[in-house]
Every structure is written in structure tokens, then in C-alpha cells.
Design a binder for this molecule. Sequence first.
Ligand code: ADP
Length: 635
Amino acid sequence: MSEKTMVNGNKETRGFQSEVKQLLHLMIHSLYSNKEIFLRELISNASDAADKLRFKALSQPDLYGDDAELGVKLSFDKEAKTLTISDNGIGMTRDDVVEHLGTIAKSGTAEFFSKLSDEQTKDSQLIGQFGVGFYSAFIVADRVTVRTRAAGASAEDAVEWQSHGEGDYTVETIEKAARGTDIILHLRDEEQEFLNDYRLREIIGKYSDHIGIPVSIFTVETDEEGNPGEGKWEQINKAQALWTRNKSEITDEEYQEFYKHIAHDFTDPLQWSHNRVEGKQDYTSLLYVPSKAPWDLYNRDQKHGLKLYVQRVFIMDDADQFMPGYLRFMRGLIDSNDLPLNVSREILQDTKVTQSLRNALTKRALTMLERLGNNDKEKYQGFWNEFGQVLKEGPAEDFANREKVAKLLRFASTNGDSSEQSVALADYVERMKEGQDKIYYLTADSYQAAKNSPHLEQFRAKGLEVILMYDRIDEWLMSYLTEFDGKQLQSITKANLDLSQFDDEEVKEERKEKEQAFTSVIERLKAYYGDRVKEVRTTFKLSETPAVVVTDEFEMGTQMAKLLAAAGQDAPEVQYILEVNPEHGLVTMMADEADEAHFGRWAEWLLGQAMLAEKGSMADPNQFLKAINQLLTKV
Ligand code: ADP
């Protein structure tokens, strides 16, 4: 992965993976106004390192040696202009160092960077979404030295990593007396403010108070004559895992900072839910809804899931067994008292405890979202715009909760005139007309196509709202979502659509007669089309449009056929029914046409335009155009 390696004794110079160089460059430019967060990131890593050691020591208690009190220590040296963050956690081997501090392991990273425009690279949100981590040290330091010794390694087997944060770094085997990692920041001249006790306390108080292990600063007090004393370590945080504290004692800021620590996210979360459950199950959960989708939400290899703790001991990251796929954007942790400490991913897969935790946490997440939707429409809209597409996978994936998920869905509709998906099915139901017992919807390729669909004409005329769907996933979603609040969801492009309940008797009588009179035209059309269409029939649902095509209720529709084709699957031909509007001026002209050849051109025009409106394309555009040109020539 590295671009070049130069070996000199045991010291190697290696080039950063090119993505690291990009990240470093972007970070320094976009995060400068937020520079103090480097400390949060480094303390967060130190705390993770302690968690990892504790976990490993469950099976290898020797790893602690004589140093079992895990913590983070900060010290600074004004003369040397260095700030050091030390931990006695898991540490790193030489291979770990090269892997973790020289590359970015997330797949899709190169793609992410290559897509950023110049403007975007200045946007701290974007880079924050990516997760800044260790490299944020270079916002304030022009040289960073990492000295680390892995738990279990001997003192002679430690490693020093050093870099100026430009093209390359060095790694070298060194001696280090204590286990763990020291990060030594050689601060830039203009960053000397961090060599100050009060400033450091302030930052830690703001960002890292929730860290579960002690964070201490080495302070030297001067006596009355200004002579420095011996100095001592002073713990400056509460050092109690946030989720084990009482809800009433935790501030919003603490919840927010804790989120950034566990989610490696830069942005405040949108909402959270912290719960302690005792009884049949015994666990604490803290779930967060992020406010921004991670850049790799749709990447198959994207890591997701909750942090798992058992009896307060960290067990693993990204435990994805506790949330269904359609809630994969949820972040947070679960601390269980029912799982064994030696639980592995394999065991997790098939224990009953996991299943019941998953059910409980899924419900909790759905309830949290429902509340947000009811209490804060604007926030919820923000959530929907980021994650709605993922949530739409819900009804298919989680049959048991589909009503709950359905409540969370939002769509565009004919009630408004923007493509924003902000209409809940419950809103629709509330606006339903008297006598209306179905929820009408239309799926199309785009909002524009949906909005201008001829199928909507009669709905407009009757003042009936229609939900407009235009996302790829919608057709698939609707094959799982057939009912809401006891009302059937009805596609308006299906042949079984019947709105006659909204017509008065007189009109119905009149139409019967018109339909009778039109039978011969229908027969002529059928004879002309042969098996190109499944059926030809009269309709009165159109006003401005001469004809539309529809499909039978249980037949595959246009959008589903497109979906299958896009997925490279063989799909049977869609069987269309042509519905003709006998009241349309052009249709009347067609009906009067005695010349059979000319009637055939009318028939081409009629079917052609209906297909074009439905599919956005047609099988034989030339035949269609020829027919139209011949028709126009006669006029
Ligand atoms: P992230 O923490 O999001 O994985 P970072 O860039 O912050 O990304 O760190 C990369 C990796 O380097 C970490 O995942 C961890 O394996 C390792 N690392 C960083 N800091 C420490 C530390 N203090 N002790 C042990 N390992 C560390």
C-alpha cells in the first residue's frame, strides 16, 4: 500500500497511502476553526485502547502486568513546545502502527475523496462525516511522535512512529518501559495556547468529561517565590462511563460529546434515547440518531452496529446483530448483564438473548423516531432527507414491525407541489375524502414524471390526493406495504382502480350510453392491435389525455419491470391494457375515420403516446412518428 519504503537499520521511511495525504490536507484546511477537537480525538483513541486491553485481559489477565489502573495522562513541556497524551492501553505492534497510522482501511475511501469538489473540501462537515481521528493531531502539530508498546510485548519491542504529516513517516523499533501509547505533539509556533493547564482542562471539560477512565494532567505548582514544586497528577474528569450514570445528571452536551466519541462522528446527533432495563432482560442502551448520513451508508462493506459492552466491559465495536439492516444508521451502545463476558460474534449470532435484545432495541429505535416525527417535524424532515431511503427497506425486511415503520415513512403528494417527501401516511388518511377507503399512490421515474402523469387527471377532477413516489426503491417497498391503518394502498396505474363511488348516478347513466356507442371503435382497435395489448377498453377517468395504459392488479407494473431490468434480470413483458377516453376531441376524430389504413395510423398514435407517457420510451419510435406524420399530412 505504501508508496515507497526505505530501510536504514531498523528504521524505515514509508510513504503514506495517498488517501491519507488527501485526508491530512483536507483536514488541516477545513478543521482549523475547530482545531481544539484534536484533543477529543486523541483522548477518545486512548480510551478505546483501554477498552480493548480490558477486553483482551478477560482471557489473558497477565496482560495487565503490575499496571491494571487504566487511564489517560496529559503533560506538556513549554520549552520543548510539546504536548503528550499517554495511555496504558492495548498499544500497537510495528505492524499495527503501519496499518493504522499509515493507511485508511475503510473501503471506498479513494472514491470518497475523488468525488469531493474544491468547494466541498473546505466544508468541515464533510470531512467530519468521514471521521477525523488520529490524523487531527496535525491540525496543531507540525510533527507528531508516537511511541507505543503493545500489551504483552517486551520493553525492547516497542515502536516509534514519526511524521511531519506530509508525504511520509518513519517507524523504528525502540525501547519503552511501560505498556501503551504516548502521542507527542510538537506544536506549531502559533498553537502554544495548548501548553496551558487551564486551556487543557477547559477542552477536556467540554469534550471528554464522559470518558470512562481517569484523564489526568500533570501540574506543577509554583511556590510564593515562583519556584516550581514537584508536580503531581490530577484527575480532571468524572471517569464514570456515561451510560451508567443517572439520566437526570447527564447534560445534553455530555450526550452529544459521548456520541462523537463512540460514533467517530464530527456532527452533533439529532436525537438519543438512554434506557436502563431490569427484570427479564437486564441491560442499558444508549441509542443515537445521527444528523448526517455517513459518506458510505450505501457501501456494502460499511461497518455499522452498536458498541457492545457486557457488565460494563467493552466487548466489540460494530455489533450489527442488535439492529436490523434498515436501521443500520443508528449508533450507540448496549451494555448487557445477560450475555457472557466471553461472548464472540459467532455466539452472538445465535443466542436467544441477542434476539430479544434486537427486538427490544428495534422497537426502541422506532419509537424514538416516531416521537421525533410527532414532536419536531423540522428535525424529522432532516432525518428523513438523510436516511429515509434506508428506512424504506423496513417493510420488506421486518414484517413484524411494518406498521410501525409505515408510520415513519414520508412521501411527496399531490397535496403540495414540491418533491420534498414530507407527507406521512397518517396525514394523508386525515385528509381522505368522505367515502374514500383507499390510499392512492403513483410510482414513476422522477417527481416530474409522477406529477405530470395522465393518471392523475381524474384525481384532480375529484379532489382526491395521490401520493407521488419516485425513488428507485418505492415500487419494491410498495410490494410489501399493502395496507396502512386498515386502508388498502392502491396504485393508480392498476386496472382495478375504480373511482365510480365518487360519481353521481346521472353521470354514470350518461357514461353507460357513451360507452355503448363507443363499442365498435374499441372492437376496431382490438382488431388492429392484435396481441400487442392485453385489452382495450373505454375509460372516463381522463380529461386532457386521449388514452393511458394500465396493468392488472397482480401483474407486474412498469416501475417493477424497470427495476428488474436495471438489476439485469429477465422480466416477462408487461401486459398493458389500453384505456381510451371517448370524450377526447382527437379520439372522436379517430372514431369517425372510415379509411382503414388511416384508422391504423390513428391507432398507432393512440397506443404510442400512452406508452410514451407511461414508460418514458417506446419500442418503435419510428413507426409512431411515421403514423403521426401521415395523419398530419391529411389534416
Ligand atoms: P479510528 O479511531 O476511527 O479507527 P484513528 O485514525 O483515530 O481512527 O486511529 C486509527 C487506529 O489507530 C485506531 O483504530 C487504533 O487501532 C489505532 N490507534 C490510534 N490511537 C491509539 C492508541 N492510543 N492506542 C492504541 N491504538 C491506537
